[in-house]
Structure formats: structure tokens, C-alpha cells
Design a protein around this ligand. Structure first.
Ligand SMILES: [Mg+2]
Length: 344
């Protein structure tokens, strides 16, 4: 594929490359006053508060191009940043995308990456309003800044959880970690026996979880539409236990997490059995699920119970009781952070 149509980045030059990558860039946000093409973008927030979050992804540390299609990578790079905006109970509106690339990448390869970026922008009504491209000596580096808006004072932090609040999570957990194990297994087989086709049959759901996560903009909208304001919120990038501990630490509270209530998919259960990893371990320590973890007042329970995409998994206790998990057999375990660690 690479030899068929390969345009060297050097043939276009930096400005030519930027023109090429942004020629189909359309903006949809009313607040976008000035987009790509000047020294900076101009955004009107219409009296709303601005929420800003940045994230960096480095080849070999955060992603492996051997099994990550560039289009998926572009989509995911945007999605994980929008997830942080959602975790503030805000609505994502704009992004800037900075990349560092070596001459290993062709213009066509970069276009594929940007196809994914634009696909995520289109899906979530987000405008790409700026960015920079630079030369990297080795590997691919992506840095995205996401901007969102929120009604003044209505943002939700990690620090507002109070005793007796209910702990909720969106979607299901552990799937991304199992999807990654599957990709790593097939990569290993491929490296050892060149030419063996990967066996990824019927694993679309879990591969989607790791390769194409979706920010839970829908959950934020649903909560807002139903007049439920979480008392604390975080997105799950590192695994349920470490994210819940972040909420407990910042809010200065303890918690009881019911192991049996942690939502896991049937697909994850089946693959977990194959790999001999309990799905609960994947949910607690796996990471990259990009679901929302939040706490609500008890009075909002009836409303939340009606949404099948939200599961109540525990409640907040006084700080003296610590952060604990109750197993199905009635044992209490201290919750420990074993989140995924890029430096590990
Ligand atoms: Mg986050």
C-alpha cells in the first residue's frame, strides 16, 4: 500500500502540508469567529465558561502503529480529549491538533490520520480551529487541546462528593483492556510466525472499545436534560479503582464499591475467561474505557435508575471508613490504585 501512492511531506513543505490537511475543514460552531489560517483562532463563548484540557500521545508509549490504523488513532486522539471535557460536565466545542512527524510518514498516511480527526469532529460537532505540525526525529507525537463550554458555575469537579452520595458509572468497563490484550496476542503471533493472519473474528465490540472509544457526550446531555448535576465526576482513563480514589481523595471521603455491581459486557466476560483474567480486574485496573464515573445525590436515584446506560455501583462514606470494595462473598477489600501507568 505504502509504495502505491506516496507523497513525501518534503514535497509539499510545511505550509503546503497544512493547506492539504485543512482544505476540507468545515466549522459548525456558531462561536467560531476565526478558524485555521491566522495566527490564532477566535472563539465567542456567548457568556459561557470555557473549559480547557490538553493531552499528549506518543508512539510506542500510548499507541502501537502495528495494530492501530491511523484513522482510528486520529479519532481516538480527539475522543479521549473530548472525554476530559465531558468529565467537567461541559460540552466540547473546539480542538487544536499538534503533531510531530518523522519522514517515515507520507502525506497519504497523515491524511488518513486527519480523516479520523475530522470524523470525530463531525460526530461530536466540534470545530478544529488550529494546530501545528513539526518534525520529529523518531516516532509520531500527537498533542491535542480540547475546549468546551459550560453554564457559568455549573462545571463539575472531582472534589464535590459527599457522604451518602451514590457512585455511578456509564456503559461497561474492562472491555478496552481486553481488546488490547487481544491485539497484543495477535501481534506476538504475527511477529513469531510471519504471515499468520490475526484471529480477530467476532471481537468487534472489544476492539472498538480500545481502538475507537467514544466520549460520553450523550451521558452529560442526558443528565443535563434530566436536571441531574453530579456532585463529582471524572472520566475513566486509568481504571475504575484509581479514578474512584481520585474522587475520594479530592472530595475527602471514603467509599463502598460493590464488586458485583460493576458493569461488564458479555463479550468481555467471554474473552476474560479465554485470557484467564477476571473481568472485574480489567474493570478496576485496566483503563482506557473512557466511561464517566460520577456521584449523585440519593434523591436523584429514581431518575438515574431509568437510564440503562448508567449503573449505580456503590456509595460515598465518611473518610474515616476508607475506600473499600465489597466482594460478592461479603469480604471487604481496601481499594488500591493499580491504574495503567505510561511510565511503568
Ligand atoms: Mg480525565
Amino acid at each position: 500500500m505504502e509504495d502505491q501512492f506516496r507523497t513525501e511531506i518534503g514535497d509539499l513543505g510545511e505550509f503546503g502540508l497544512i493547506d492539504h490537511l485543512t482544505k476540507n475543514n468545515e466549522t459548525v460552531q456558531a462561536g467560531t469567529i476565526l478558524s485555521v489560517g491566522d495566527d490564532a483562532a477566535v472563539i465567542d463563548q456567548f457568556g459561557r465558561q470555557l473549559v480547557v484540557s490538553s493531552d499528549m500521545l506518543i508512539e510506542g508509549v500510548h499507541f502501537d502503529l502495528m495494530y492501530t490504523p491511523l484513522k482510528h488513532l486520529g479519532y481516538k486522539a480527539v475522543a479521549v480529549n473530548l472525554s476530559d471535557i465531558c468529565a467537567m460536565f461541559a460540552t466540547p466545542t473546539h480542538i487544536t491538533v499538534n503533531i510531530g512527524i518523522s519522514n517515515r510518514f507520507s502525506v497519504e498516511a497523515l491524511s488518513e490520520f486527519y480523516d479520523g480527526v475530522y470524523a470525530a469532529c463531525a460526530k461530536y460537532n466540534v470545530d478544529l480551529v488550529g494546530g501545528d505540525t513539526s518534525t520529529s526525529l523518531k516516532g509520531f507525537i500527537i498533542s491535542i487541546t480540547a475546549i468546551g463550554e459550560v453554564v457559568p458555575g455549573k462545571f463539575v469537579t472531582r472534589s464535590g462528593a459527599q457522604e451518602n452520595d451514590l457512585i455511578c458509572v456509564s456503559g461497561d468497563l474492562g472491555g478496552a483492556y481486553l481488546g488490547l490484550q487481544l491485539l497484543e496476542r495477535e501481534k506476538k503471533i504475527y511477529m513469531e510466525h510471519q504471515g499468520v493472519q490475526p484471529d480477530l473474528q467476532n471481537q468487534g465490540y472489544l476492539l472498538g472499545k480500545i481502538l475507537k472509544p467514544e466520549p460520553r457526550v450523550d451521558i452529560v446531555e442526558w443528565l443535563q436534560d434530566n436536571n441531574i448535576t453530579p456532585t463529582a465526576m471524572i472520566d475513566i482513563s486509568d481504571g475504575l479503582s484509581s479514578e474512584l480514589l481520585h474522587i475520594c481523595n479530592k472530595s475527602e471521603v471514603g467509599c463502598i464499591l460493590y464488586e458485583a455491581k460493576i458493569p461488564v459486557s458479555e463479550e468481555a466476560k467471554l474473552l476474560g475467561m479465554q485470557f484467564n483474567i477476571p473481568t472485574v480486574t480489567c474493570a478496576l485496573s485496566g483503563g482506557e474505557d473512557y466511561e464517566l464515573l460520577f456521584t449523585i445525590k440519593q434523591e436523584d436515584y429514581e431518575k438515574v435508575a431509568r437510564n440503562s446506560n448508567i449503573t449505580v455501583i456503590g456509595y460515598i462514606t465518611p473518610i474515616e471508613q476508607g475506600a473499600n470494595m465489597l466482594t460478592p462473598s461479603g469480604k471487604i477489600h481496601k481499594l488500591i490504585a493499580q491504574g495503567w501507568n505510561a511510565f511503568g
